[in-house]
Design a protein around this ligand. Sequence first.
Ligand code: SAM
Length: 292
Amino acid sequence: MINPPVKTNKPNVTLSPQEFSDFRDFINVEIGLNLTSEKKSLVLHRLSSRIEKLNFKSFREYLRYVRSQNSGAENERQHLFDKITTHTTRFFRESKQFELLEERILPDILNAKAHSAQKTITFWSAGCSTGEEAYTLAMVLEHYKRKHKKVFEYKMAANDISRKVIQAAQKGIYGRDVIRQIPSEYHKRYIQHGTGPFEAYVRVHPHLKRNITFQQNNLMNPASLPGFSCDVILCRNTMIYFSRTSRQKLVNRFTKNLNPGGYLLTSFTESLHDMDTELSQLSPSIYKLSVS
Ligand SMILES: C[S@@+](CC[C@H](N)C(=O)[O-])C[C@H]1O[C@@H](n2cnc3c(N)ncnc32)[C@H](O)[C@@H]1O
């Protein structure tokens, strides 16, 4: 059956089944996302005004351009990836995981570090969006140090394909209502309130930023790996949008990048059950690389 092209409210740009299929292949190869056919209208909705603004006559022409080596195409690819990705996030998202981190994972890692030459604990927030996940982790680590009177160093890589969200993450400034997401013992200490013209905003305490390096890069690119191997990798609510092949690539890459005994945390709705992996599942969203 031949599907008619989807029309937008802007009459000039349409998306034929063939154009969508080519676009889907491009996105899958470039950034790993799996655009199912239900996403067709969404793709058109998100891109049609951009295509018109740039005066491309058709979706096909736009796709040809973003695939090309033309000067400016790299910039447009970036714009496209910003538009096509979903950035929903919040502080203490799936907070149970941070409890498990405090109760089980950190004590285990600290114990292992006591017998290791490499003392710094290393983290990676892969697909970090606007930074709430990385800053939550930093708050939990700082809180843990105070509460348990522990002294340790940590460093964290946090990356995302979207330039816009990485810029926001680096600033660490959020609308005031994020306070509701953060338990009071944390926000009293680690969140600063804006005053005067900045009253509607809060920012994370500069101290939390010290150990985090935010970087814009593509998880599908092996160069996106942090320059160090990790004790804990968080990749939550990100692989869920990926094709199986891309997820497998990523899980293999994560596994190579974990220290022996290291952990991979996914979201509660994601599972590695269909992956070929040497990681063992400890609980629904926590995986561990064996020590030897
Ligand atoms: C839904 S957010 C999840 C944010 C955070 N991890 C959380 O659980 O709240 C998914 C993020 O993954 C990013 N992303 C998607 N594909 C990516 C890729 N190939 N490389 C790097 N980041 C990617 C998106 O830009 C988006 O910000």
